[in-house]
Design a protein around this ligand. Sequence first.
Ligand SMILES: Cc1cc2nc3c(=O)[nH]c(=O)nc-3n(C[C@H](O)[C@H](O)[C@H](O)COP(=O)(O)O)c2cc1C
Length: 459
Amino acid sequence: MFVHPSSHTFEAFKYKTLKELKTELNRVMIPLPINASTENLKKRIQSKHFIIPNRISIQPMEGFDAKPNGTPSELTFRRYNRYSKGGAGLIWFEATAISEDCRSNDHQLILSEENVKDFKQLTSLIRAQSDSTLESLDFKGECCLILQLNHSGRYTKKNGKKFPIRAYHNDELDNAISVKREDGVIISDEELKKIEEVWVEKAILAKEAGFDGVDIKACHGYLISELLSAHNRKDSEYGGTNYKNRSKLLLDIMTKLQNNFRKDSDFLITSRLGVYDGNPYPTGFGVKSIENEKFPASVDLGEPIDLINNLYDLNVKLLNISAGNPHYKPYITRPYDVPVKGGKFPKEHPLFSVYRIIYLTSVIKSLVPQDMIIVGSGYSYFRQFAGNLASGVIQNNMVDICGFGRMSFANPGFAKQIFLKNRIEKNKTCITCSKCSQFMREGKSTGCAVRDPEYKNRK
Ligand SMILES: Cc1cc2nc3c(=O)[nH]c(=O)nc-3n(C[C@H](O)[C@H](O)[C@H](O)COP(=O)(O)O)c2cc1C
């Protein structure tokens, strides 16, 4: 899988019409479904425990604009206020650190007993928004709100300096973020056991703050995600060849959460799960467990599917699927036309990168229990045609909800545009220029430097 013809060399986005886009997809033999009509995106999802009013989600996007103690600032309120008017039925809040000593930025959000009232104000603000133009769609601002809880692991910073808290050593990943082997620490089994409880405490606070659920983040190379690939972690209950060890932290947290919130609770326990990180064995997850120089990091979704079935048995009925490690091979997570400063152009067609993440998600969707609701990623690259792609993917039952990351920064009203005009406005879309990621790399607060007046003139 994912050996592709040499014609798939890098090509920037240049398609002015759906026809031109389809012609290019045919030329490079990428079977992504595109619909002319986007009507099906308006359809609500009603499960036993939750309602999601339509098929569009805002993906978690760190703004790094919290106050020093992790409390949402005016800028944070501004961002979520914009989303709340945009029409997406699911707003998946950004990575929120479970404690001060595992933040990836000094301005990352942290939910605490001291600021739970501020988060409550934020969720209440979102719920109070009701855009009359959307009421014809039976949408009265009743978004589903999920809070992503994270331990930044090897991407932790302390007082603005990189302090990797690793699951195991990986020199290649160290090089990618310019840290040395002797920087930071390998987290011990005792510490891993201790922090399980912190996730539970934060989930209880999230419920108090008015969220509908919490996401135990397990993607993009952060702590829980890195443990999933910890084949090389020796003499540890959390590492080695046994998948049960590598998934122990995630499953133990989930078990504690389920016990705490009881099986019949409406509070959602979910995860954003990286099903393929793109690292070769023995440091990859979702990859074949053989070292293959010709095709390194070939996909094998066996373990991710076992993991999802284990999560399902723990009553996890909503999952957000992602892939890649944005600090190492960012094009797997977020296909782009322009890399961050000093970054590389991928040796593949960005339409192929979009196909990879959508295809991986569709395989997951087809092999896990049918009542597991799956949120997918990677749509922003399609710009004004992203709604057409989302509609095609949903029609083919490849995913249940389509999540948009960078598009939400650029154009928080994109969902409304799809619902009311059948098309995202061309002059408002994300152009995948990586400037939002660049701000993040530089430790600054972030947003869209092309479309959002707040960030346009920021250096
Ligand atoms: C600036 C920036 C911040 C991000 N923050 C998060 C985050 O907090 N949590 C997360 O799971 N993913 C995060 N992501 C990844 C996005 O959620 C999303 O998966 C990715 O951008 C691909 O989707 P897109 O093509 O719609 O942008 C971030 C991406 C960017 C560019």
